[in-house]
Design a binder for this molecule. Structure first.
Ligand code: CA2
Length: 143
């Protein structure tokens, strides 16, 4: 099984600022954690991060026919991007939305998720372990 993990803008800054909200792990260590968990459960994983909406749309489109599942944390684009929603719909690949923080307990503008409308499952506020839970969900581990 092949899973694509997509991270949106500023998530590459993890561990550098706002540790109270996003924790102290660096982006590189989160990626390592996802890769080693995926290897442990026999999943082939690719991780992609971009600060650019169109690049994320391109990456989702390129997953068509090449991946069995998408784990996506669109970061700020969660709350604004119909383009990412449409891209997820266009490829019809099973998708899971992840947010490190509990967006529903934060500002009102973070309560709307466009990308989430194309996702079958949502893992919100479980910290960076949410990525592992999303990979496990798509792989059917623990069912
Ligand atoms: O909780 C999440 O995972 C978010 O997707 C993170 C986004 C935020 O806009 C969403 O509302 C919720 C922000 C990612 C920015 O990450 C930073 C990491 C370190 C320092 C500053 C920002």
């Amino acid at each position: 099984m092949k899973i694509l993990v997509i991270n949106g803008p500023n998530l590459n800054m993890l561990g550098i600022r706002e540790p109270d909200i996003y924790g102290r792990e660096t982006y590189a260590s989160v990626c390592d954690k996802i890769k080693s968990y995926a290897a442990q459960i026999g999943v082939d994983v690719e991780i992609y991060q971009s600060n650019h909406e169109g690049d994320i749309v391109d990456k989702i489109q390129s997953a068509y026919g090449n991946f069995d599942g998408i784990v996506i944390n669109p970061a700020a684009y969660t709350h604004t991007s119909v383009a990412i929603l449409d891209a997820l719909k266009s490829v019809s690949i099973r998708a899971v939305e992840v947010h490190i923080s509990d967006v529903n307990e934060r500002e009102q503008f973070r309560h709307i998720s466009y990308a989430g409308m194309a996702c079958e499952h949502h893992i919100i506020g479980h910290g960076t372990d949410g990525y592992l839970e999303a990979v496990a969900y798509l792989a059917g581990v623990g069912e």
